[in-house]
Ligand binder design. Structure first.
Ligand SMILES: Cc1cc2nc3c(=O)[nH]c(=O)nc-3n(C[C@H](O)[C@H](O)[C@H](O)COP(=O)(O)OP(=O)(O)OC[C@H]3O[C@@H](n4cnc5c(N)ncnc54)[C@H](O)[C@@H]3O)c2cc1C
Length: 94
């Protein structure tokens, strides 16, 4: 369900961009939620595989680390939330 939701958010942002409409909030929302769902999914994958999920000999721990990066870059999800919050009329928090 999260994979499908992530796709829909991403396609929505791409469609707005392609149509020449403002896409920043949609793209930031997609980046923020998709990165968090990717980490959750990889974390669940580690849990499913148990010790093998954590072991360096297997790929699942790397999937978690690779996904974890996108909560920090290219912008952190805290800054993403600041940006989306501002678009809703909330005061700038930094
Ligand atoms: C792979 C990668 C690609 C990147 N690509 C780009 C890029 O293309 N362009 C670019 O400009 N930068 C890029 N960055 C930099 C990225 O934007 C910063 O790493 C990120 O904003 C966190 O800043 P920092 O690392 O200096 O940590 P800090 O600023 O020290 O932040 C540490 C923590 O505090 C939080 N934080 C900081 N300030 C606030 C605030 N005002 N409100 C709430 N929380 C806050 C951060 O979210 C983070 O969790 C990239 C980083 C990585 C790792």
């Amino acid at each position: 369900m999260k994979l499908e939701a992530a796709r829909l958010l991403t396609y929505r942002a791409a469609r707005l961009e392609q149509a020449g409409q403002p896409s920043g909030v949609a793209a930031t929302t997609a980046k923020c939620l998709t990165s968090e769902w990717a980490v959750e999914s990889a974390d669940f994958g580690i849990q499913v595989l148990g010790g093998y999920g954590y072991a360096e000999e297997f790929d699942m721990q790397r999937y978690w680390r690779d996904a974890r990066l996108y909560r920090i870059g290219p912008i952190s999800n805290e800054m993403a939330r600041n940006y989306v919050g501002e678009s809703l009329g909330l005061p700038r928090s930094f």
